[in-house]
Design a binder for this molecule. Structure first.
Ligand SMILES: NC(=O)c1ccc[n+]([C@@H]2O[C@H](COP(=O)([O-])OP(=O)(O)OC[C@H]3O[C@@H](n4cnc5c(N)ncnc54)[C@H](O)[C@@H]3O)[C@@H](O)[C@H]2O)c1
Length: 347
């Protein structure tokens, strides 16, 4: 099924409103998920919505709670998400970081007791849109064995960094080879095999079988270095916030306990270091230098982070967002249970 971003956003918003999500938050969640689809990051797009609905239904996500500031000390802010909607918590924290950055030149807001916030890039870009370097991090349900281990202790703990000004570079990555939702996405798209290096079975043996990977473990990015990065994110999010750590977390696919994720948002004002125009010029020089490297055998060009998603977005804004059969089925089923009309290709 291929539909426009506008039609899908309205559809998602209606589903969330039927779940008693306040209209402004429903719009925010819908936009954040569709934005991931637009950027080609389908693993963090609308395929998540049925799981969010289930988390609301069982009380793990509490749409009526908006979170509250626990402390503000100079450029540092601590937030209790009160297990509200993850996107609402993230938006509040980004906006606090932006406010404090204007005053202090840099700022960090850290939330505990939050829920899944979708793709981290949505939040680093919210800070970048306000004119600052934005960094977004979160811990996530334990699906990753630490290097040399075979039991899950880390989440896929993503890191995103976005820059103010024109599109030059935008990093958004899990600290595993890929996010778990990419394995789920492979399953929903009917792909029985995933690339080598993504996952291990429950005994810690590498696998390319999608179904085995879903029941198994994700592999840390680049071996022990990925373990180190995941730990760094866990520290900056959960240790610092006083929130749930490692196996204490639930997850978006876990119905047995609340997610309780911690999220960290950093804003940095480049103007406190050098004029913004100079920063942009230097970024453009750097990107051009990186891209000027001769492509290796098998590749037509060198890309920098952000480029694949910007290209996907341009194409999908023009031609619509194709949803996999599995993702569409999940959305139609959920809409059916809530009495929300399902859009058609001619909508
Ligand atoms: N909320 C959560 O709990 C959670 C947890 C983990 C991941 N995520 C999200 O999952 C999404 C997917 O993460 P992932 O790590 O699987 O994505 P990925 O493996 O596709 O890596 C994405 C990053 O690599 C860059 N990239 C891709 N191809 C490139 C190339 N050829 N040259 C240079 N750079 C290139 C992209 O621009 C992007 O910055 C992200 O949006 C992330 O925030 C969310």
């Amino acid at each position: 099924m291929t539909l426009s971003a506008e039609v899908l956003t309205a559809f998602a918003r209606q589903i969330l409103e039927r779940m008693q999500v306040p209209p402004e938050t429903a719009e925010l969640v819908a936009v954040s998920l569709v934005e991931a689809n637009l950027r080609g990051v389908d693993s963090h797009g609308l395929q998540l919505l049925p799981y969010y609905v289930e988390q609301i239904r069982i009380g793990n996500i509490r749409p009526a709670f908006h979170g509250q500031v626990l402390s503000e000390n100079g450029a540092c802010l601590l937030f209790d998400g009160e297990r509200g909607v993850g996107q609402a918590v993230a938006a509040a924290c980004c906006d606090h970081a932006i406010r404090l950055c204007a005053e202090h030149g840099m700022a960090m807001a850290v939330a505990r007791e939050s829920n899944h916030f979708g793709a981290a890039a949505f939040w680093s870009q919210r800070v970048a849109a306000a004119g600052y370097i934005g960094v977004a991090l979160c811990n996530a349900s334990a699906l990753v064995a630490p290097w040399q281990g075979k039991q899950a202790r880390f989440g896929t703990n993503p890191i995103s960094m976005a820059l103010p000004g024109p599109k030059t570079w935008l990093l958004d990555m899990a600290t595993t080879t890929v996010a778990m939702n990419k394995v789920i996405n492979a399953s929903l798209s009917g792909r029985a095999e995933i690339p080598a290096g993504w996952a291990m079975d429950a005994e810690g043996t590498p696998t390319t079988d999608t179904a085995t990977a879903i029941k198994g473990l994700l592999m840390p990015l680049g071996g022990y270095k990925g373990s180190g990065l995941a730990m760094m994110v866990e520290i900056l999010c959960a240790v610092l916030s006083g929130g749930a750590m490692s196996t204490e977390l639930g997850g978006v696919y876990n119905t047995t306990k609340p997610m309780r994720t911690s999220q960290t948002f950093l804003a940095i004002d480049v103007n406190r270091f050098l004029p913004r125009e100079s920063f942009v010029e230097r970024m453009e020089w750097l990107v051009a230098a990186v891209k000027s490297a001769a492509p290796a055998i098998g590749f037509g060009e060198v890309l920098v982070a952000g480029e694949p998603e910007w290209r996907a977005e341009e194409e999908r804004r023009r031609n619509g967002i194709p949803l996999s059969a599995g993702a569409w089925k999940g959305l139609v089923e959920v809409a059916g249970t809530l009495g929300v009309p399902v859009p058609t290709a001619s909508s």
